[in-house]
Design a protein around this ligand. Structure first.
Ligand code: UDP
Ligand code: MG
Length: 315
């Protein structure tokens, strides 16, 4: 393992005062004698339980290894991660939850896997220690995310992940989009791998996400799919559906016309006629929407965006 590489460990924390000291002790123990140059960046995401005091206490004791970021209010895990990614100075970045569910012993396995040539290595929680409902719904989400994105991961939303720094520096993260980081990076062409990780029960405090996570998660998946796959070419998305709809409508109208020409009447097929007209009209609308979308994209693309697509420039 490359000892001289700097490692940044990013820990988003919302009301995790009881867990943070133990977490840092465990991390320190794991890295001892293996990696000297590391920073643990803890982001206090608007906690109201003394998390900030614990972070500052840790900083006093271990100023070389602790960075504390305090967000002005509770913005959500994605914003916390974003702040951490931007502040991190390591070449390798690890993210892990603050609640002791992720086992720091896995950190070295992540780094080994990353060094096999991946840009992102995601954890895959073994014997998950979360509620029954959460485990089941999570399986369904993972199935669909995998199916739609074409990225082969078992556990997209695992908070325990490792990255090469350049992969996350320009990532557009907000709300609860942290769930789909692998989808975003995958669509940008980054190399994505996975390792099984040990998962532990939450020791203190409680989970920060209620049932609303399922609905928001679904809407976010739609957004991510549209942004990554079709945002750049809206005409392909709307135009595709629109053309199919128009074509189906056109065939129906052709059939109705042939009835009128051969039989002299349409044989009570008025509903079908209306349906055919509807399909053609909706189709035309969708194609136009796609073209308008295309004009918008053309006007909003930033000139620096090409940087997210480039791996290397030799000059
Ligand atoms: N978290 C955060 N901001 C929030 C919600 C959660 O920083 O608004 C942190 C939380 O402190 C923990 C991680 O995100 O470190 C995962 O949260 P949690 O353990 O509640 O999620 P679960 O494990 O139940 O999916
Ligand atoms: Mg947790």
């Amino acid at each position: 393992m490359e000892k001289d590489k700097k490692i940044s460990i990013i820990v988003p924390a919302y009301n995790e005062a009881e867990s943070l000291k133990t977490l840092f002790e465990e991390i320190k123990e794991v890295l001892k004698g293996v990696i000297d140059d590391y920073e643990v960046i803890i982001i206090n995401d608007g906690s109201n339980d003394g998390t900030q005091a614990v972070i500052e206490e840790l900083f006093e004791k271990f100023p070389d290894h602790i960075i504390g970021i305090e967000q002005r209010r509770n913005f959500g895990k994605a914003d916390g991660l974003k702040a951490g990614f931007e502040e991190a100075r390591g070449e390798i970045i690890i993210t892990m939850d603050a609640d002791l569910q992720d086992d720091p012993k896995e950190i070295l396995n992540f780094i080994k896997k990353l060094e096999e040539g991946y840009d992102l290595v995601s954890g895959w929680k073994q014997n998950r220690r979360d509620s029954f409902i959460k485990n089941k719904t999570s399986r369904i989400y993972n199935f669909f995310t995998c199916y739609f994105s074409g990225i082969k991961l078992h556990d997209f939303n695992c908070g325990f992940k490792a990255y090469r720094a350049e992969a996350v520096k320009n990532l557009d993260l907000y709300g609860q989009m942290h769930r789909y980081i692998p989808v975003m990076l995958g669509s940008q062409g980054y190399h994505i791998g996975e390792i099984p990780v040990n998962h532990r029960k939450r020791q203190y405090g409680k989970t920060k996400y209620g049932p609303s996570r399922f609905i928001i998660g679904f809407l976010d998946l739609l957004t991510v799919m549209v942004l990554t796959k079709y945002f750049k070419r809206p005409a392909h998305f709307f135009g595709g559906i629109g053309s199919l709809s128009s074509l189906a409508g056109f065939l129906i109208l052709l059939y109705i016309a042939s009835l009128r020409l051969t039989l002299g009447n349409i044989g009570g097929r008025l509903p079908l006629l209306v349906f055919g007209i509807l399909l053609v009209m909706v189709g035309v609308q969708l194609v136009s929407l796609g073209i308008i979308g295309e004009m918008l994209v053309k006007n909003t693309n930033s000139s620096k965006e090409y940087l997210t697509k480039i791996k290397k420039i030799v000059k």
